[in-house]
Write a protein that binds this ligand. Structure first.
Ligand code: CUA
Length: 355
């Protein structure tokens, strides 16, 4: 490296001094490092679409990236040309040097500075309008409506036609247009499932609507894309796309009230749920727990994650969450509880019956 640098310095001094070549070299190296770093991220990519909207937006993105690359290379090429031409001063030898050069500058400004950018921007404008029109096509054929309400920091999910209330997990049928109504309580959030659709803001007192369609069964990560407080980064959810019959089964299961616990420990857990006032914040269908401040827990055990996507839904994580939800998600509304080992086991046993 040192040798190369040294060699370069000698080289550049010989031709056109130190700085331009060194600057170009540094910029090139930075570009390579930046592109390597960006490949490290494991986040779901909007450029790996599995749904109608994301596919349309992805196509537009690739066209914009291609056009941007051409413009970048063009401008970079002219910049290099300017560097190479420095100091040659060929025009100075011509008799009408100033007139010719002035005329040429005006031509370059007219075509390169006005006509070309206008054409490029008009093309982009047309393509963007076309994508917006394509996105609205799903609205004509929606078959199911889901209301999603953003809270600090979790997602309430309602299926108004079926009377289902859930949280942090949105189940949809594959290949069907789903209407999503977005609302928020308190502060603004933004609903984003990169592989299915672009993002849309959730605004208190206002309903924003869009349509999504998943084209393949699977689990798609959703995130909050608008800073909404200290736990904004821990406000995740899942969209789970099922084949149509499987989705109907899920709807049927989810419409049921909570199962009655059978084991003595789980029954004790159900009593504790009320004694500890869990019922004042959480609802469990078919019981006298009707709280609305926190997620509905009627079918909690069938959900994949706890704490709005921050950890897997298993016994250990659930015990930790019940004892002290502030440890893993400081600032959320759930207080810490000091419980005996038996009480904690009973509560977890009860929660695990809520399939
Ligand atoms: Cu909700 Cu950020």
């Amino acid at each position: 490296m040192t040798h190369l640098n040294h060699h370069m310095q000698k080289d550049s001094k010989k031709f056109w001094g130190n700085s331009p070549r060194r600057l170009l070299f540094t910029m090139g190296a930075l570009c390579i490092v930046a592109s390597l770093l960006s490949a490290c991220s494991a986040a779901p990519s909007a450029l790996a679409p599995e749904g109608y909207g994301a596919r349309e937006i992805g196509r537009l993105s690739w066209i914009l990236i291609a056009m941007g690359t051409v413009v970048y290379l063009g401008v970079g090429g002219f910049a290099l040309l300017a560097l190479f031409h420095r100091g040659r001063g060929s025009f100075d030898d011509a008799p009408d040097a100033h007139d010719t050069e002035g005329n040429r500058s005006r031509q370059i400004m007219l075509w390169g500075g006005l006509v070309m950018p206008a054409v490029v921007l008009l093309v982009i404008f047309g393509l963007t309008l076309n994508t917006l029109i394509s996105l609205s096509a799903l609205a004509r054929s929606d078959e199911i409506t889901i209301d999603v309400i953003g809270h600090q920091w979790w997602w309430e999910v309602q299926y108004p036609e079926q009377g289902i209330i859930s949280a942090n997990e949105i189940h949809v049928p594959v290949g069907r247009s789903v209407r999503i109504n977005l609302e928020a309580s308190g502060v603004i959030h933004s609903f984003w499932v990169p592989q299915l659709h672009g993002k849309l803001d959730m605004i208190p007192g206002h309903t924003n609507t869009f349509h999504i369609r998943a084209d393949a069964p699977g689990e798609y990560r959703g995130i909050c894309a608008e800073f909404c407080g200290i736990q904004h980064a821990k406000m995740l959810f899942l969209v789970i796309a099922h084949p149509p019959e499987e989705f109907e089964q899920w709807l049927a299961q989810e419409s049921q009230p909570a199962a009655s616990p059978e084991s003595a420990s789980a029954q004790a857990g159900r009593e504790l749920f009320n004694e500890l006032t869990c019922n004042e914040c959480h609802a469990i269908g078919g019981t006298d727990a009707v709280g609305l401040l926190g997620p509905d827990l009627t079918h909690f055990a069938s959900r994949r994650e706890i704490g709005s996507g921050i950890m897997e839904n298993n016994r250990d994580n659930l015990s930790g969450w019940i004892e002290n939800a502030q440890a893993s998600k400081p600032g959320n509304l759930m207080p810490a509880f000091s419980l005996t080992e038996t009480e904690l086991t009973a509560l977890v046993d009860y929660m695990e019956t809520l399939k």
